[in-house]
Design a protein around this ligand. Sequence first.
Ligand SMILES: CC(C)(COP(=O)(O)OP(=O)(O)OC[C@H]1O[C@@H](n2cnc3c(N)ncnc32)[C@H](O)[C@@H]1OP(=O)(O)O)[C@@H](O)C(=O)NCCC(=O)NCCS
Length: 202
Amino acid sequence: MKKTIVILGAGGHGRVVRDIALSVGYENVFFLDDSDRFDVGIKGKTKDYINYISNSDFFVAIGNNIVRERIMRMIVSDGGEMATLVHPSVVVGGNVSIGKGTVVVAGAVINNGAKIGEGVIINTCSSVDHDDIVGDYCHISVGTHLAGTVCVGQRSFICAGATISNNISVCEDCIIGAGAVVVKDITEKGTYLGVPARKVND
Ligand SMILES: CC(C)(COP(=O)(O)OP(=O)(O)OC[C@H]1O[C@@H](n2cnc3c(N)ncnc32)[C@H](O)[C@@H]1OP(=O)(O)O)[C@@H](O)C(=O)NCCC(=O)NCCS
């Protein structure tokens, strides 16, 4: 771990990520963002990451799963080192793996045997239970619960307060709406809402 971390994305999620980076020991935290609407001391645009490759770690704090994947891949292909950020309050069980470029926000619980991919957001007070697999670039939003032995495919967005029942798989590129409860495997990408969750569009 280097002393400096460059965070790409200076919005609300970026500020949450900055707090976590400071709490785990980074001494210097810089933001890069293509927008100038955030008043957090932005040091440059996205493309300027290249100037920090050798002396900083990186984190992409962008909520959109597709954009986050694209920017992470670009930085990694140029030799950038992605941080893994886990807030000190998070409960992490045994035999858990958490990939590079993933953030686990305050109050989350990740139980025994869970495998979390790269570039994932495990957001505030969510739970990922035993033996779950969360694919790369997913967002497990605030207050979401994945019961045991759940599998979530790459880039899927599990919205706030949703629940995935035990032994259920959700395929890649799905949106599970806020408050939805998934009780059957989802094998086609699309948006699913309600209790029980039903497909509403592609
Ligand atoms: C699933 C979601 C992304 C869909 O967004 P969208 O495509 O813009 O959908 P809209 O807001 O246009 O709503 C379309 C319809 O679905 C309904 N709807 C939207 N979200 C719903 C939900 N979670 N559950 C049930 N119905 C929902 C709306 O009431 C609307 O119904 P209507 O056509 O009868 O008026 C969004 O509704 C959602 O759940 N967002 C939560 C985001 C979130 O959790 N962010 C957390 C970041 S930590």
